[in-house]
Write a protein that binds this ligand. Structure first.
Ligand SMILES: [Zn+2]
Length: 492
C-alpha cells in the first residue's frame, strides 16, 4: 500500500560526509542515524547542480539545471514539479523555506503549493552576494588599503583593519540569535506543525528547506552545547565567520580556524537533526508518522578548503559540493543501503512513485523505487552541471559563463571544465579526496565512455529544450526587470 502523504526536508549545504549515517564521527545527526536503520539510504546521492539555483530545479522539476538555457533560473511558469503534480492529484501542499532568496516566487518555486512561506523580506540581499562596503568607513578603508599596498604594507594594514572590524562587530552582536541571517529550523517546524494540524487528515505534501548549516555560521547556542562546543560564544562565532570570509589570507592561514568554523557548521546540522526529531514526534502524535514517507536530503554540500575554496560557489563540482545525503523512510519499505551513485534528478519521480502518483512525461529522471525494492538498481552515469563563476545570478551577465560538467559512474568521475578547457578523470576509490587526476593515457576506455556521455548530455540539453517553457520564463524575467527599473526610477 502506498503511504498516505509525503514530507521532503532539504538541508541547505549539508554535505554527505558530515552525517553520522554516512560515517561522520561527530554527533551531528543522532536522530537521522536512528532513522537510517529503518530507511533506504543512498550513500552516493549526487546533486545535479550546485549551488541552490542550479540544484533545486533538478530536485523539484526533474530536469537539468541548464535545460532551459543558462540565462534562465528557477522553475518556469507552468513547468510540472513534484508539488504541482501532487496538488493536481488532490494533495494538500505546503512549503516552508528558511529565507533562501533563490527559493522564492520570483524564481517560480511557489508553483504547486497551497501555502508557500519563504520568510523573505523585500529588502533581503542575495545570500551569495559579495559584500561591497559602500559606507563612509568602507570607502576610507579602500583608500587606506590601496595606499598601504602601494608602499608594501598591505598585509599589515589588512590585519589591523580586520581587528578593528572585529571589535566593532563583537560590540554590536549580543547573541548568536541576533547574528543569524536565516530563521532557524524550530521556526519552520512550528509553522509546519500548525499547518499539519489542519491538514493531516487528508493526503498532504510538506516541504521544509532548512538553512541552519548555511553560512554565515551562527548556530543555536543549544546546538553547540549538544555538540560539546558550548565554549564557542557569540563573540567567538563573529570572529570565526569574519576570519573565514577574509579574502586577503592564504589557505594556510585560513586553515588555522578551519576547526572552529566546522564546529559552527556541524552545530547547524545538529539543530536541523534535533528539529526533524521534534517534527517526527508531532507526526506520531497526529497519528500520521506511519502513514507518510519522509525524504531527507540537501541541495548541495559545502567546502572547507578541501580544494582551496570556501562555501559553495560554482567554480567546481568536487565531491564536497555535489555528494549529499539522501535518506528515504517509507513505512514498511525496504531498509537498504544503496552504494551506486544516483542523481537527485531522480528524487521527484521516486517520491511520486512511492506515493503511487504517475510522473509527468517531461520529467527527465526516473523512479528508483521498484529497483531499490527488488535490489536490481543499475549503475548509470550521473551528470552534474553549473555555470562557472556565476556567483551573483541576479546579474544576467553572470549567468552566461562557460559550463562545468561532471559525469560520475561507478568509482570514476570525469570533470569537463569549459572555462579552463580541461577534462580530468578521477578514480574515487583510490583517490577519494579527488586530488590526483589520472594520467590522460590511463583508463582510456572509461575516459571515452564518460566523455561520450558528457557529449550526449550536451546534445540532448539543446535538442530537448522546451521552447514554450523557455519563452514563458523569459517573459517572467523581462517583467521582473521592468518592475525593478520602475521601482528604481521612482526611488530616484
Ligand atoms: Zn543552497
Amino acid at each position: 500500500m502506498n503511504p498516505h502523504s509525503l514530507i521532503l526536508i532539504t538541508v541547505d549545504c549539508l554535505r554527505a560526509d558530515h552525517v553520522g549515517f554516512l560515517g561522520y564521527r561527530r554527533p551531528t545527526t543522532p536522530f537521522l542515524d536512528c532513522l537510517a536503520g529503518e530507511s533506504t539510504v543512498f550513500e552516493n546521492a549526487i546533486a545535479a547542480g550546485a549551488p541552490t539555483y542550479y540544484a533545486m530545479p533538478p530536485m523539484l522539476a526533474s530536469r537539468y539545471p541548464l535545460a532551459l538555457g543558462r540565462d534562465l533560473l528557477g522553475i518556469a511558469p507552468e513547468e510540472s514539479t513534484l508539488a504541482s503534480v501532487l496538488q493536481e492529484s488532490g494533495f494538500a501542499t505546503a512549503a516552508f523555506s528558511a529565507a533562501n532568496p533563490y527559493i522564492s516566487p520570483r524564481f517560480g518555486y511557489h508553483r504547486g503549493f497551497d501555502v508557500f512561506a519563504d520568510f523573505l523580506q523585500e529588502s533581503d540581499p542575495p545570500v551569495e552576494d559579495v559584500a561591497i562596503p559602500t559606507t563612509f568607513r568602507g570607502r576610507v578603508n579602500r583608500f587606506l588599503s590601496g595606499a598601504c599596498h602601494s608602499i608594501g604594507l598591505g598585509a599589515a594594514y589588512s590585519e589591523v583593519y580586520f581587528q578593528y572590524c572585529q571589535k566593532l562587530a563583537s560590540s554590536r552582536c549580543s547573541s548568536l540569535d541576533s547574528a543569524r541571517r536565516f530563521p532557524s529550523a524550530e521556526v519552520l517546524v512550528e509553522k509546519a506543525v500548525r499547518w499539519l494540524k489542519e491538514h493531516s487528515h487528508q493526503r498532504f505534501f510538506l516541504w521544509l528547506h532548512l538553512m541552519d548549516a548555511h553560512g554565515p555560521y551562527f548556530p543555536k547556542a543549544e546546538a553547540l552545547r549538544l555538540m560539546g562546543d558550548a565554549q564557542i560564544d557569540a563573540a567567538q562565532a563573529v570572529y570565526l565567520n569574519s576570519y573565514w570570509n577574509r579574502s586577503d589570507l592564504s589557505t594556510t592561514r585560513l586553515e588555522t580556524e578551519r576547526k572552529g568554523i566546522v564546529s559552527l557548521y556541524d552545530a547547524g546540522i545538529r539543530w536541523a537533526d534535533e528539529q526533524i526529531r521534534l517534527l517526527a514526534e508531532q507526526l506520531v502524535e497526529l497519528n500520521v508518522w506511519d502513514r507518510c514517507a519522509l525524504a531527507v536530503t540537501a541541495d548541495h554540500g559545502e567546502e572547507f578548503l578541501e580544494h582551496g575554496g570556501r562555501t559553495h560557489l560554482p567554480k567546481k563540482l568536487t565531491e564536497e559540493l555535489v555528494r549529499v545525503p539522501w535518506l528515504l523512510r517509507v513505512p514498511a519499505g525496504p531498509k537498504v543501503r544503496v552504494n551506486q551513485p544516483v542523481s537527485l534528478l531522480d528524487l521527484a519521480p521516486t517520491l511520486l512513485d512511492v506515493a503511487g502518483v504517475p510522473s509527468p512525461a517531461e520529467f527527465r529522471g526516473r523512479s528508483l523505487w521498484s529497483q531499490v525494492r527488488k535490489g536490481t538498481l543499475q549503475d548509470r552515469p550521473v551528470v552534474s552541471e553549473c555555470v562557472y563563476d556565476c556567483t551573483n545570478p541576479y546579474l544576467p551577465g553572470d549567468r552566461m559563463g562557460p559550463r562545468i560538467l561532471a559525469v560520475r559512474w561507478n568509482r570514476y568521475k570525469l570533470v569537463v571544465n569549459f572555462s579552463s578547457g580541461s577534462d580530468e578523470l578521477y578514480d574515487l576509490s583510490s583517490d577519494p579526496a579527488e586530488k590526483n587526476p589520472l594520467h590522460p593515457k590511463q583508463n582510456t576506455e572509461v575516459r571515452q565512455k564518460l566523455l561520450q556521455h558528457a557529449r550526449k548530455h550536451l546534445v540532448e540539453s539543446s535538442q530537448s529544450r522546451d521552447f514554450d517553457r523557455r519563452m514563458a520564463a523569459q517573459v517572467r524575467e523581462y517583467r521582473l526587470e521592468l518592475a525593478r527599473s520602475a521601482d528604481h526610477s521612482r526611488e530616484n
